[in-house]
Design a protein around this ligand. Structure first.
Ligand SMILES: [Zn+2]
Length: 410
């Protein structure tokens, strides 16, 4: 049986990396990952990558469309299903689908769209759209200030602390056409892009089409992500408290312990599961100190953040916090869950079933976040191979004294 995440990988002479998974279908899905996102925006020009993602939509040299509606009609007429892009913290992605027989036309369009945009108009219109997106997604003010304080405490003067695709108006409206053009020149080059293709196209045919389409253009040096050190210094501000400010009584408090560090491997996922079990057994079930306990790991190419979230009654905050922190020094209790977790994660991975959309999303997220793609059978093997010692080592690095503790009243 085919591994859902097994791909042929080749690099074109232009430097474009291609991950390809052939399937017996009359169509294909393609996702172009440009390795540039909000963390790449210069300080004071937050939102630039996002604005550029909107601006490439305004037309290309040698192509007929001039605005969003006309472009959509042009694409519809060709049977192209194109998503116009989305900007994340580390990448901007452009997904789409087309019939296999139209592969040449589709990749020709994609190349023009990404490499030869006009970038000379609609700036104010696009800035206003981004402003509307921000207003749409903005959390309430207290939550927003709290999240900003957490990022600042965790990342200090590193770029991750303030990077955002949805900047405030002052910053957004100071971005110029020249900024957009420079960002395009800096990032939208073949060696800084990865294409994921899944579907009905033969690898040799695909390679020939792409080699002809994405031709080498200029020398380019891709950025290297500046990763966090292994043990980031404990945050200078150790505790952030956000009290309810609307006069109503506090019914629940979320206590969160957070650690930021360099990305790790399978051990943090294993430790996450073992800790979740131990904390639930002890803090929620046995001592009845919390309504809810969850452990999360969020990882990308430059950092990993490990969270323990606990929802408790206001009068139990101190006791719950003490109980959570005690679990971190009880290595034996946490390790007790390791053999079973190792097996059950490996089993869950081995039994993963994916459709084309799922494969494209998973592959793209892995390439965006970790820079590479691991077939599922290899990933399962990695989990099996994680030794007790490396999980213990990670647990010992995550001491309560290095954590940022946040207390958010609701
Ligand atoms: Zn947008």
């Amino acid at each position: 049986m085919r591994d859902p995440l097994s791909f042929d990988l080749f690099t074109l002479s232009s430097g474009l990396r291609v991950f390809h998974q052939p399937r017996d279908l009359p169509w294909f899905a393609a996702n172009m990952i440009v390795h540039a996102g909000s963390v790449d925006d210069p300080v004071g020009k937050e939102g630039l990558s996002h604005l550029l993602e909107h601006q490439v939509n305004s037309g290309t040299h040698g192509m007929p469309w001039t605005n969003f509606g006309e472009f959509q009609e042009w694409a519809d007429a060709r049977g192209f299903d194109f998503d116009h892009g989305s900007t994340g913290s580390h990448a901007t992605k452009f997904g789409g689908r087309a019939w296999s027989r139209d592969a040449e036309a589709y990749f020709g369009f994609l190349e023009a769209y990404l490499r030869r945009p006009i970038l000379d108009g609609m700036l104010d219109h696009d800035r206003r759209i981004i402003r509307a997106e921000r207003i749409d997604r903005d959390p309430p003010l207290r939550r927003k200030r709290f999240e900003e304080a957490v990022r600042l405490a965790l990342f200090g003067n590193r770029r991750q602390a303030t990077a955002t695709g949805l900047p405030c108006d002052d910053v957004l409206f100071s971005l110029t056409q020249e900024d957009v053009r420079l960002a395009h020149e800096r990032h939208y080059a073949c060696p800084n892009m990865t294409l994921v293709v899944v579907g009905g196209i033969d690898t040799t045919v695909l390679r020939t089409i792409l080699e002809k389409t994405f031709v080498p253009d200029r020398p380019f040096r891709p950025r290297t992500p500046s990763r966090l050190p292994f043990d980031i210094d404990p945050p200078a501000q150790r505790e952030i408290i956000s009290k309810k400010d609307d006069g109503s009584p506090t019914t629940s408090v979320r206590v969160t312990h957070i650690w930021a560090m360099r990305p790790t491997g399978a051990e943090s996922v294993l430790l996450r599961n073992c800790l979740a079990r131990t904390l639930n057994d002890r803090v929620r079930e046995l001592e009845r100190l919390a309504y809810h306990v969850s452990v999360d790991v969020s990882r990308n190419c430059d950092s990993e953040t490990f969270y323990v979230n606990t929802d408790v009654a206001p009068e139990k905050v101190d006791r719950a916090r003490k109980a959570i922190e005690e679990v971190f020094s009880d290595v034996a209790a946490v390790l007790r869950h390791l053999p079973r977790q190792r097996k059950s994660i490996a089993l869950a991975i081995a039994r993963t079933d994916m459709n084309v959309a799922h494969v494209v999303t998973e592959a793209s997220e892995s390439i965006e976040g970790e820079g590479w793609l691991i077939p599922l059978h290899e990933l399962a093997a990695q989990f099996i191979a994680v030794g007790d010692d490396s999980v213990i080592r990670l647990l010992k690095r995550l001491t309560p004294s290095r954590a940022l503790v946040t207390i958010y009243e609701t």
